[in-house]
Design a protein around this ligand. Structure first.
Ligand code: NAD
Length: 263
């Protein structure tokens, strides 16, 4: 039995690194994106590491296309969908009022509706695959609302909430739903981003760090399994912020976030 993984936003960054790592581990990989040139490079790289899989166009905001690609992939993978990685995302940084409204709306379309489309479309296939796992890409900005990333941060709170809720609901179907909370990762997404927190915290993680975190979270070590961990902060800084927010009073969490953002 070959396990399979369906990854959105797979052409570059975290999605691409995750696709290659799963391919190396012998999973049948489906990588989908609007960037078809990036996918062609990935296709060759999957073969070069001895992996198998398919790539294809997918705009996650198009619910019909999401369902269609999932159906095709499920068939190509021999009737299995072991892992769904809802990774496609957009980030716009800056003061809220200076970002045009249509840009905010597009970020919500991709980061929120894209995830809903993926979850809804994949459910029938996840349900019929024993031990299926969903990995949603949230962010450390889902710990406390981030200045200069207000709308992005809000979309990641959405991802956090839907992860928590479906982790409860879908346990009855033997589907584990989890999310990743990376802090800044050095990808195209953060290339031109300069905010208070990129200055104070830096951009320290690589796409490979997150891919390794995702692969480890899909097959967790025993303590995490027993504790049924839902959120996976990646890196020392995100882990510190997550536990700080959990154990500090609200005023202190606000103060820390204000200071880190330079406001
Ligand atoms: N880079 C970071 O600092 C960081 C930190 C935390 C979480 N994340 C999250 O991780 C995920 C991946 O981020 P990344 O850093 O690899 O970004 P990236 O910009 O390098 O890659 C994102 C990919 O998503 C694709 N994409 C965009 N809109 C799409 C759409 N409508 N349909 C299908 N694909 C689409 C892009 O073409 C691109 O290939 C995102 O959800 C992001 O919010 C990133």
């Amino acid at each position: 039995m070959t396990r399979s993984v369906f990854i959105t936003g797979g052409a570059t960054g975290i999605g691409r690194a995750t696709a290659l790592l799963f391919a190396r581990q012998g999973l049948f990989v489906g990588a989908y994106d609007i960037d078809e040139a990036g996918l062609e490079v990935l296709r060759a790289d999957i073969t070069a590491v001895g992996g198998t899989g398919v790539v294809g166009h997918l705009d996650v905001t198009d619910a019909e296309e999401v369902s269609q690609r999932l159906g095709e992939f499920h068939e190509a993978a021999g009737g299995r969908l072991d892992v769904l990685v809802n990774n496609a995302g957009l980030l716009n940084a800056g003061r809220f009022e200076n970002i045009p409204l249509d840009v905010h709306h597009r970020e919500i379309e991709v980061n929120v509706k894209g995830v809903v489309n993926g979850l809804h479309g994949a459910f029938p296939f996840l349900k019929t695959t024993p031990g299926a796992v969903v990995v949603n890409l949230a962010s450390a900005s889902a710990i406390y609302g981030q200045a200069e990333l207000a709308n992005y941060s809000a979309t990641k709170f959405f991802v956090r909430a839907i992860t928590e809720a479906l982790n409860l609901e879908w346990a009855a179907h033997d589907i584990r739903v989890i999310d990743m909370w990376p802090l800044y990762v050095n990808t195209a997404m953060t290339r031109d981003v300069k905010t208070g927190t990129t200055d104070s915290l830096g951009i320290r993680l690589t796409a490979q760090d997150i891919a390794e975190g995702i692969v480890a979270a899909v097959d967790p070590a025993l303590p995490r399994k027993v504790l049924r961990q839902v959120h996976f902060p990646v890196g020392v800084q995100a882990k510190a912020l997550a536990s700080g927010a959990r154990f500090s009073p609200a005023w202190l969490t606000r103060w820390v976030n204000k200071r880190l953002a330079g406001h």
